[in-house]
Design a protein around this ligand. Structure first.
Ligand code: ASP
Ligand code: MG
Length: 429
């Protein structure tokens, strides 16, 4: 008898009927002879609603209290799911992240799991119970405070539990049938991937694909744990995230041109762009600019430095960052304006990033050119470009993200003949 870990997202738990439906699905896995451990998210959009409420009470809520508030959402679902399971004649025990042994660092709002000590879970399983764990939360080893893992963190809870329990599979149940070649909300002709490698999934998740929490993919990759992403609304087989782009079998497929070249197109509207205008071209200025941003704990994504104009010996430096950090970044840079003697700052949060991801890029020349051509043919201007070994990203105006995604998706022949993407639930919030 094996252990199955399942995760249900908020859109699969939107109301009482949805909770009963999920409970039936969980008991089917139990009936099939498995030990079942389930990580649940907060119902529907309730995490956003709690955030809105906090915002009305205080513009800058203390991080500790915000985590106390947000973790209550998952606590509601875990208890309700356990009740619904009991109603079906099975027994379930719900546990908070802390009770379940999810140990984190002390970074409120963005905590990392550092250990899982699932003693209470294995005990409950031993007693024949189905175990329901509140997702997205843990307890700090140092401060003993309750922490949250960042938005979408229940995926990571599920993967961490599966790794700690040495589960046979980790199933992530969501409101679409798997990982698609683009967000089906934007590209209805997107195709479902049967499999995708960890590296490609990491690039997709890091560049805006919301289907899996980035940390969950990192965690699964470290533990060689395959993830099965599938819909809680259908019985279809979903997408298996497993394997490496450097596996011998995969490399052989690439050599014989049998491997898919492209995994998909991701987009991210949450970025903003800052340009430091008129930076004197001398040693150490770029270092100084990015030093103050690092000190302010800001993660920079793309950076572009132009050649300096010969007449002025000044240059512009542009970079992208999470839109949420815009204020922090501009005030940090204003603090060194006199020291660096740049001319001005521009801030633009109406940008978005479109990224094409695929391991086959390594062996196929001309991918970047094809991306730029597709975007240009759609009449969209490219503001910035960056690449990795298996990704090409462009920054465009926010209003043109959808058009750019669709154009690149079509240019790489990713469109399905028949619409196969169904968005079963969720508000996309
Ligand atoms: N409820 C949390 C959120 O909305 C965590 C999750 O859904 O995974 O971000
Ligand atoms: Mg999610």
């Amino acid at each position: 008898m094996g252990i199955v870990v399942q995760k249900y997202g908020g859109s699969s738990l939107s109301d009482a009927d949805a909770i009963k439906r999920v409970a039936r699905r969980i008991t089917e896995a139990k009936k099939a002879g498995n030990d079942v451990v389930v990580a649940v998210s907060a119902m529907g959009d309730s995490t956003d609603e709690l955030l809105d409420l906090a915002d009305q009470v205080s513009p800058m809520p203390p991080a500790r209290e915000l985590d106390m508030l947000l973790t209550s959402g998952e606590r509601i679902s875990m208890a309700l799911v356990a009740m619904a399971i009991a109603d079906l004649g099975y027994t379930a025990r719900s546990f908070t992240g802390s009770q379940a042994g999810v140990i984190t660092d002390s970074m409120h709002g963005e905590a990392k799991i550092i250990d899982v000590t699932p003693g209470r879970i294995t005990e409950a399983i031993g007693d024949g119970h189905i175990v329901i764990v509140a997702g997205f939360q843990g307890v700090s080893q140092d401060t003993k405070e309750i922490t949250t893992l960042g938005r979408g963190g229940t995926d990571t809870t599920a993967v961490a539990l599966a790794a700690a329990l040495d589960a046979d599979v980790c199933e992530i149940y969501t409101d679409v049938d798997g990982v698609f070649t683009a967000d089906p909300r934007i590209v209805p002709s997107a195709k479902k991937l049967d499999t995708v490698t960890f590296e490609e999934m990491l690039e997709l998740a890091a560049n805006g694909a919301k289907v899996l929490h980035l940390r969950s993919v990192e965690y699964a990759r470290r533990h060689f744990l395959p993830i099965h992403v599938r819909s809680s609304f259908s019985e279809l087989k979903g997408t298996t995230v497993a394997g490496s782009i450097d596996d011998e079998a995969r490399l052989e497929q690439e050599r014989t041109m049998e491997a898919p070249i492209i995994a998909g197109v991701a987009h991210d509207r949450s970025e903003a762009k800052i340009t430091v205008v008129g930076v004197p071209d001398k040693v150490g200025t770029a270092a100084r600019i990015f030093e103050v941003l690092a000190d302010a704990q800001i993660n920079i994504d793309m950076i572009v430095q132009n050649v300096s104009a010969a007449s002025t010996n000044k240059t512009d430096i542009s970079f992208t960052l999470p839109g949420a950090d815009g204020k922090k970044a501009t005030s940090a840079l204003e603090g060194i304006k006199a020291e660096i003697e740049y001319d001005s700052l521009t801030y633009d949060d109406k940008v978005g990033k479109v990224s094409l991801v695929g391991a086959g890029m390594r062996s196929h020349p001309g991918i970047s050119a094809k991306v730029f051509k597709a975007v240009a043919d759609a009449g969209v201007n490219i503001e910035m470009i960056s690449t990795s070994e298996i990704r090409v990203s462009v920054v465009v105006s926010e209003t043109e993200v959808d058009a750019a995604v669709a154009a690149v998706h079509t240019a790489f022949e990713l469109d399905a003949d028949q619409v196969e993407a169904v968005v079963y639930g969720g508000t996309g919030r």
